[in-house]
Write a protein that binds this ligand. Structure first.
Ligand code: NAD
Length: 428
């Protein structure tokens, strides 16, 4: 029976690396469990006057390398083990990208799609009120994730300011630019992912030409095809930048309601207009309807999962026909599926390498907040490119020198850094 619990997937990865790293059993044990977690009940007054109580969590997985960092999700199917697994992935992500931060994640079990703006604001404020003593710029810094956005971050920052009596921009990232947010944070995860794909292309003998950075204007369209699952913050920008940065043709897009396909190419801007009007990418004129499962199995050069975890499993891995699997989402591939993909020669860019752009620019947002500075987008993007390229190069060098898969190489580098910090602190 395949294991679909994200925390278990993470634990299996730690076991795989612990032999190479010669981890002692007590160190391995420490890496397999979150260090702190908070469970909260949030009473919120709904628009009809009733009180609804929501369950929320905040997990600080490991803070050996610095204050914990990670997003907040609002999702009806949230579970504590998903949040723990995501908090672990954040720990490895910050270490791999050499940020002075640990890993965390938060979540509230709710369905924001059926809540009014007023209800969402009251829920966001209730969550911050419940976790405010557990977080802080030197402790744990939240950010947006699935179904949360800069507006939610602004409400939470304002609630924190009301409670403490002073405005501390560095308590949360992914804020609007008017409230200490960074230029370039909106598309940072997707842009970082495309930088990783560019580096993969160089090493794999280039399936496509990708420009370093800059405007869409002069980019020639190539025959490279891309399918993107999920059309939110990460998925929309992933699809937009496919054309703008890489000249690739986006042939399929999807959201929670279904997927659309056009082998001639889709215009992400126009699909977004349609989604704003109708609430979904489905029904977009000039494209055929397919399922989210069919999207994953299309014969494309690059497959970008940018929605939720555990979508590529032992059940469908044999049918994946992409050349590159770029994990813009966290945890989209199960451990069992990964073995099948590797046997079939699919180049996987693992999540915490591929989607590190978001936390990298969140870290730049913190640096700007602490120094009361504001950097132009060009500066943010230059630094993002440098850091993504350095991480990709480190992972790929280990793949070449040690003959291990990409994810194992990324884990080994990240775990080694976390363990070294735990040793230096005298924990182990
Ligand atoms: P989002 O809420 O902005 O968008 C999520 C998208 O996924 C929506 O389009 C939604 O309709 C779609 N979706 C939900 N359920 C689906 C399903 N069953 N099938 C297909 N599509 C579905 O979230 P986001 O911020 O874009 O995050 C997407 C992924 O990227 C998550 O795994 C998240 O953890 C990861 N990630 C996000 C960031 C960030 O900066 N936002 C950074 C790193 C990683």
């Amino acid at each position: 029976m395949e294991e679909m619990n994200l925390l278990e997937t993470v634990r299996k990865q730690i076991c795989t690396c612990s032999v190479d790293l010669r981890l002692t059993p007590n160190v391995e044990e420490l890496l397999k469990k979150p260090m702190h977690e908070l469970h909260v009940s949030l009473p919120v007054r709904m628009d009809d006057g009733t009180i609804q109580t929501f369950q929320g969590f905040r997990v600080q997985y490991n803070n050996a390398r610095g204050p914990a960092k990670g997003g907040i999700r609002f999702h009806p199917d949230e579970t504590i083990n998903t949040i723990r697994g995501l908090a672990a992935i954040m720990t490895w992500k910050c270490a791999l990208h050499d940020l002075p931060l640990g890993g965390a994640k938060g979540g509230v079990i709710c369905n924001p799609k059926v809540m009014s703006q007023g209800e969402l604001e009251r829920l966001s404020r209730a969550y911050m009120k419940a976790i405010c003593r557990f977080i802080g710029p030197g402790r744990d810094i939240p950010a947006p994730d699935v179904y949360t956005n800069p507006q939610v971050m602004a409400w939470m920052m304002d609630e924190y300011a009301s409670i403490t009596g002073y405005t501390e921009f560095g308590v949360i990232t992914g804020k609007p630019v008017t409230l200490g947010g960074s230029e370039g944070r909106d598309d940072a995860t997707a842009r970082g992912g495309w930088i990783a794909i560019r580096e993969a292309g160089k090493h794999l003998g280039v399936y496509f030409a990708i420009r370093e950075t800059a405007s869409a204007m002069e980019m020639p369209v190539t025959n490279t095809t891309v399918a993107v699952q999920g059309f939110g913050n990460v998925g929309y920008h992933a699809a937009r930048l496919a054309g703008e940065l890489a000249g690739c043709r986006v042939v399929a897009l999807s959201d929670s309601r279904g997927a659309i396909y056009n082998p001639e190419g889709l215009d992400p801007h126009s699909v977004m207009e349609h989604k704003k009007k109708t609430g979904s990418v489905t029904g977009y004129p000039g494209a055929s309807a397919i399922t989210n499962e069919e999207l994953l199995e299309l014969e494309v050069d690059i497959l970008i999962p940018a929605a939720l975890e555990n979508v590529i499993t032992a059940k469908n891995a044999h049918h994946i026909r992409a050349k590159i699997l770029a994990e813009f989402a966290n945890g989209p591939t199960t451990r069992e599926a990964e073995d099948i993909l590797s046997e079939n020669g699919i180049h996987i860019i693992p999540d915490f390498l591929c989607n590190g752009g978001g936390v990298i620019v969140s870290y730049y947002e913190m640096v700007q907040n602490f120094t009361m500075d504001h950097w132009p987008a060009t500066e943010v993007r230059r630094r993002l490119d440098e850091r993504m390229t350095a991480a990709y190069t480190a992972v790929y060098t280990m793949v070449r020198t040690h003959g291990v898969p990409m994810r194992q190489a990324a884990y080994t580098i990240a775990l080694e850094r976390v363990v070294r910090a735990m040793e230096d602190r005298g924990w182990v």
